[in-house]
Design a protein around this ligand. Sequence first.
Ligand code: IMP
Length: 427
Amino acid sequence: MSNRLVIVGTQWGDEGKGKITDFFAQNADVVVRYQGGNNAGHTIAFDGQKFALQSIPSGIFNPRIKNVMANGMVVNPKAVLTELAGLEARGVKEYQLFISNRATVVMPYHMTLDGAYESFKGGKLIGTTKKGIGPAYADKYNRIGIRMGDLLDADYFAERLRDALAIKNMELEMLGLEPYGFDAVYEEYMEYGRCLSRYICDTSVMLNAEIEKNSRILFEGAQGVMLCIENGTFPYVTSSSPSAASVPLNTGIAPRYVDRVLGVCKAYTTRVGEGPFPTELDGDLAHYIRERGHEYGTVTGRPRRVGYFDAVALNHARRVSGVDYLALMLFDVLSGLDVVKICVAYELDGKRIEHVPSTIAEYARCKPVYVEVPGWKEEIGHIGSYDELPVAAKNYIGKIEEFTGVKVAIVSVGPDRTQTITVKQLW
Ligand code: IMP
C-alpha cells in the first residue's frame, strides 16, 4: 500500500481530477498542488453542494488536511484571496493552507502579456486561459520572476520588482501597451504578501517532515499530460508539466518518494483551446456528449471540444508519466449510445502508428483507427458496484484496459463524491 499517491490527468485536462482528489483526500493527511495556477478548474461536489477550485488544493474542505501550494506553482495572490473569501462565505472557515515561499507570483503584467501574445499570433492562437500562466513561467526561467517569499521582504521585493519592471515595461511599450508604474504594483503586492504571510513557508521542509512521519500525501496534478510543456502537443500546451515526473522537482522532495500514480481519464476525450484532436466529433453525437457531460470550461466557460476515447494518447501519458491505475471518469455520460469507439492507432500519411508524433503538423494529419464496441442504454448514475454495471459497459472498460495496458481502479458514474465505484482499493 502506497502512502504517496499522484493524481495525474492523462488527457487534455478537465478529466475530473478535483473529484478524485477529493475522494482520496478523505483518507489523506496532506494534499499538494504541484504545478500550474488558477488556469485549472477543479470541480468538487458533496452534500448537495458544488465547489469550483482554481488554485487551492482540493483537500481544503477538511480541516484535518494540510493543503500545500508547492514551489512548482504560479500563484496569483489576488485570485487566492478571492478564492479563500468565496470558500469562507460558503462556510469553509477552518482550513490549513501552506504556500511555498519559492512559488512564482503571477504579476499584473503577466496577464496583460498573455492576452497580447495571443492577439499578436494572428490565426495561430494557443487559446490560453489568459491568466498570465505562460508569461509567469517564462519570467521564472528568465530569472526575473518574483517568488511568494519575496513579498515578505519589503526591500528585497522592491529590488526584484524594479529589475523585473525594467524589462517588462520595455516589452509592453514595444507591443504598444501601457507600462506599469512601480508604486501601485509594489503597494498592491506588498498588501497581498501581508494578507497571505501566515500561509507562506518552506513547503519542501514541511513535506519532507510529513514523509518522515509516513503521512499520507496526495499530489494533485492540474491540466493533463497532453498539455505538458515537455511531452504534450507542443506548442498547444500549458507552460508547466502535469506529469508525475514533475512532482519531485516541483515540490522539493526526492524522486524515490513518488511511489504510485493514478491516471485520471474521461470515458471519452475533451479538449479546450486550440490544437489537433484526432478523435474529435461534431454534430449530434458531440452535442449529446457535451450536454450530458456539461462540457463547458470551469475557468473560461468555453464549450469543450468532444471526442472518442483515444488509447494512443493515453499510452503516451502512461509512457511519459507512469500510470499504475486508471480512474475512469464521467462514465455515466456514455449511456444511450448504440456503439462506442476507441481509437487504438493513428493513420499518418497511409502508415499505421501507435505513438503521438512530435510535431503538430504531423499530429494534425493523423486519422483515428477505431475499434467499435456495443453501447448500453441503461442509466448508471445510481450504481454502487462494478458487478451491477451493464455487461456492455463492463466490456467497454475491459477494452480500455486491454488497449492501454492499465487496470481501472475507479469508475465515476456521477459528479457527487458518493457516485464513485471502487474496483481496486488504492489506500
Ligand atoms: P494556459 O495554461 O492558460 O497557458 O493555456 C494553455 C492551454 O492549456 C490552452 O489550450 C488552455 O485551454 C489549456 N488549459 C490550461 N488549463 C487547463 C485546464 O485546467 N483544463 C483544460 N485545459 C486547460
